[in-house]
Design a protein around this ligand. Structure first.
Ligand code: SF4
Length: 313
């Protein structure tokens, strides 16, 4: 969701050095972004202040002499290190009352997430530059093939992402029925936390067995991807893979897969989007009413066009 922001920033400042600061679990994705020069990993526990470590990070940032820091999260803590590092321009949304910490504050307008972040690259009060750059992650076909071979995958395959860390209200319950109906062997990708969602699916289960880098390679090499609304769904979109994106309690208006080769399946019920982790009504109709046939039909539509191999960077 943040990558179009980086693309817009790079377009505005082609000569600038752009480094990205993020937690280690997201660093492999940041390293695939063509606009990023260097990734700085900072591993803070969720919700923890860890003041001493933030002071040390600030010292390291100050030594690098940055002119400007863009703070994408809304939390007070995320704005602390750029402030302590005395970076002259500190830009972000006001978020958690960050009046002193940020000195160029944008006002949130409820835009979809990618537009919301990308607007930070615009000057204050300036109308948004359009269109929003496409989301792109780097893929290397040779590396993708080597990764697939390492996991014993030969020939064409499809990727299924049955998990969604957010909660069951984002997990489509029919992946097990879908897998045997696919024309190609299926590979399950996800984290170790997705073990329950992957149980009982007749496919090569690599959930929790790959690094994020390997997961990205495997998605890059897939003929198609079927995913819940999740981080891996956005990875598949950014790698330009034919993608069926299944939405439950969340909304494709807010966080759509940013790819012309994605088909979104979403039941716009009177109760949706509720953004709940677990269906508060107990029936999960938003996901249960999306059928295996609908997913297969979406895949057929995607397969109808040519499927060029890999996005060449
Ligand atoms: S309340 Fe509606 S949108 Fe929310 S999880 Fe349940 S069925 Fe889905």
């Amino acid at each position: 969701m943040a990558q179009p922001f980086l693309a817009r920033l790079r377009a505005r400042h082609p000569e600038a050095r752009i480094d990205a600061l993020g937690p280690p679990w997201v660093a492999p994705v940041l390293r695939r972004m063509p606009e990023v020069d260097e990734v700085i990993e900072a591993d803070f526990r969720h919700g923890a202040l860890e003041l001493g470590r933030r002071f040390r990070l600030a010292r390291a940032l100050r030594a690098r002499g940055y002119d400007c820091a863009f703070v994408l999260p809304n939390s007070w803590k995320s704005a602390l290190a750029p402030f302590l590092a005395a970076i002259p321009e500190r830009i972000g949304y006001t978020g958690e009352a960050r009046y002193g910490l940020l000195n160029r504050r944008h006002r949130a307008r409820g835009a979809p997430m990618a537009e919301h972040y990308a607007a930070l690259a615009d000057s204050l009060g300036e109308p948004a530059a359009a269109p929003l750059p496409k989301t792109v992650l780097r893929a290397d076909p040779a590396r993708a093939s080597a990764t697939a071979a390492r996991f014993g995958i030969r020939g064409d395959y499809g990727v299924l992402c049955p998990g969604a860390e957010y909660g069951p209200a984002k997990r489509w319950p029919y992946f097990a029925e879908l897998a045997p109906r696919l024309a190609l062997p299926a590979v399950l990708i996800g984290s170790a936390k997705d073990a329950d969602a992957c149980a009982g699916i007749a496919a090569l289960d690599l959930c929790g067995k790959t690094t994020l880098d390997e997961a990205i390679d495997l998605i890059a090499g897939a003929r198609f991807v079927v995913a819940n609304d999740s981080g891996l769904m956005h990875v598949a979109a950014a790698l330009d893979r034919p993608l069926v994106a299944i939405f439950g309690s969340s909304s494709p208006v807010h966080t759509p897969p940013r790819s012309a080769r994605a088909r979104v399946l979403w039941r716009s019920l009177e109760c949706s989007p509720c953004f709940a982790r677990v269906c508060p009504l107990g029936h999960l109709r938003c996901l249960r009413e999306i059928t295996v046939e609908q997913v297969l039909e979406a895949l057929r539509v995607l397969e109808g066009g040519p499927l060029p191999d890999f996005r060449q960077q």
